[in-house]
Design a binder for this molecule. Structure first.
Ligand code: KIV
Ligand code: ZN
Length: 519
């Protein structure tokens, strides 16, 4: 019994989710405090070990969001990112203070190009600054992580010196970022192995991977790190993150679980929460999941060819290496309908882990549910999630609100739309034509709002299957260098489109002023 316990604890792979920090650095993925809370609750439900909730020094909004997550979540360690200076670290410590388990993650670049061109610091200054930062952070918590940014392109001898010094200064986790996604799996694995072999005190810390996906190798590199002794992987839901993103949590967790014959460790993740987490993050950020995405893509378990279908019917394992239900697919049983009452609605939301903060908001969500149930017979969990993601964006202080709209298309006639909005409490209406009903409706909104924003992306997905499904629309707008995503859902895709457009405009209006930690 004793031996088993020891083996299990060493062989635990820590999952560190950075969807709300590195993921939030994707253009347009900025999240509000409420959105971060919803994601954090889902990550806790999934049993993520460490949640990096944000970069508190980036903005007051980010500070508040990290503080709210730290005040709410008890099942996971709450981590905040900070640059290697006292102000950032103090702010981070304050933000995570309410959490029962808290971590400060501080970082400083160690590659020649970053030190010379970005930091304009000598290597000796970098070493000293890193040590001071870790010592200062240890004054607030015993759980301190240090990352030598751009480790993948850093000189290994210098890296060893810095890492040895920060271990002595009190770092408990050493994270090795392949910041620009440059390394190859063999190389990254060897880097982890060599650092563990060469750095004195390496056995006293947890080694961690943080791999970017610029060459599509983030998951492969992270797993190579695990094979070489890393026992923490930093990853994000749906692989969200700077540029091409980070290692996808779902890929790491399922690779390790599916190939237990190879990996000497496993995670504590409840994998049945993966698909709900993926949907939630896609809905909130407006970054929809490509259909052929591993594990969480709509086609990840679909078999098109006759030979494959035949094989799967005879024996699922002929073409499937994981069970769809193990990652949370097929959970969309019919839950509610037109005749369902308020109590059934409330308890299904509770089962889904959705917390509606006040009776007033519950009533508003219930009214929208009834409205939807009038148009759509079967209401699935996904419909409820979309309904509630509408709820988070429909706040009292929302500047632009849709009051009513109609769109008309007829062969031989120019499509036209009539839109009535409330703008800062004043109702206004516009009638316009366009190349299609969506185009006409967007033009009508612009006549009323005159935002001048550039539409960078417009996409529609159905939330469940069939033509009576709700359409979920993502709109990306750019204005004065700021990029935001908006999402909207409705059984009428023109209405969903206008909701998404207004959601993006409201985000632009809220204009959160943030600093990017890596600039
Ligand atoms: O990619 C990176 O180097 C980072 C660090 C801040 C860990 O995100
Ligand atoms: Zn990163």
């Amino acid at each position: 019994m004793r031996v088993k316990e020891t083996v299990m604890s060493t062989d635990r792979l820590i999952i560190f989710d950075t969807t709300m920090r590195d993921g939030e650095q994707s253009p347009g993925a900025t999240m509000t405090r409420e959105e971060k809370l919803r994601i954090a609750r889902q990550l806790e439900r999934m049993r993520v070990d460490v949640i990096e909730a944000g970069f508190p020094a980036a903005s007051n909004g980010d500070f508040e969001a990290v503080h709210a997550v730290a005040s709410t979540i008890t099942g996971s360690t709450i981590c905040g990112l900070s640059r290697a200076n006292q102000n950032d670290i103090r702010r981070c410590a304050e933000a995570i203070a309410p959490a029962p388990r808290r971590r400060i993650h501080t970082f400083l670049a160690t590659s020649r190009i970053h030190m010379e061109k970005k930091l304009r610091m000598e290597p000796s200054q970098v070493l000293e600054t890193a040590v001071n930062a870790v010592k200062f952070a240890r004054g607030f918590t015993d759980d301190v992580e240090f990352s030598p940014e751009d480790a993948g392109r850093s000189d290994i001898d210098f890296l060893c010196r810095v890492l040895e010094a920060v271990i002595r200064a009190g770092a408990t986790t050493l994270n090795i970022p392949d910041t620009v996604g440059y390394t190859m799996p063999e190389q990254y694995g060897a880097l982890i192995r060599q650092l563990r072999e060469r750095v004195p005190g390496s056995d006293k810390v947890i080694w961690s991977t943080h791999c970017h996906n610029d060459l599509g190798l983030a998951a492969a590199n992270s797993l190579a790190g695990v094979m070489n002794g890393a026992r923490q992987v930093e990853c994000t839901i749906n692989g969200l993150g700077e540029r091409a993103g980070n290692a996808a949590l779902e890929e790491i967790v399922m690779a390790v679980r599916t190939r237990q014959d190879i990996f000497p460790c496993d995670t504590n993740i409840d994998s049945t929460q993966i698909v709900p987490a993926s949907r939630l993050v896609a809905g909130i950020t407006g970054f929809s999941v490509q259909p052929n995405k591993a594990v969480v893509g709509a086609n990840a378990f679909a078999h098109e060819s006759g030979i494959h279908q035949d094989g799967v019917l005879k024996n699922r394992e002929t073409y499937e290496i994981m069970r769809a239900q193990d990652v949370g697919w097929h959970a969309n049983k019919i839950v509610l309908g037109k005749l369902s009452g308020r109590n059934a609605f409330r308890s299904r939301l509770q089962e889904l882990g959705v917390v509606v903060e006040s009776e007033e908001r519950l009533n508003a969500a219930f009214a929208r549910f009834k409205e939807l149930a009038d148009r759509k017979q079967e209401i699935f969990d996904e419909d409820l999630q979309a309904l509630l993601s509408d709820e988070t964006v429909t706040t009292e202080d929302e500047h632009y609100k849709l009051i009513s709209m109609s769109a008309h298309s007829e062969t031989g006639e120019p499509p036209r739309a009539r839109v009535t909005l409330s703008i800062g409490g004043v109702e206004k209406t516009a009638n316009t034509t366009g190349s299609g009903p969506v185009d006409a409706a967007f033009k009508a909104v612009e006549v009323l709002v005159a935002s001048g924003a550039e539409l960078q992306l417009y996409s529609v997905n159905n939330i469940t299957s069939g033509t009576e499904s709700q359409g979920e629309v993502t709109v990306r707008l750019q204005l004065a260098g700021r990029i935001v995503n908006g999402v909207g859902a409705d059984t009428d895709i023109v209405v969903a489109s206008v909701k998404a457009y207004l959601n993006a405009l409201n985000r632009l209006q809220a204009s959160i002023d943030r600093t990017n930690p890596q600039l």
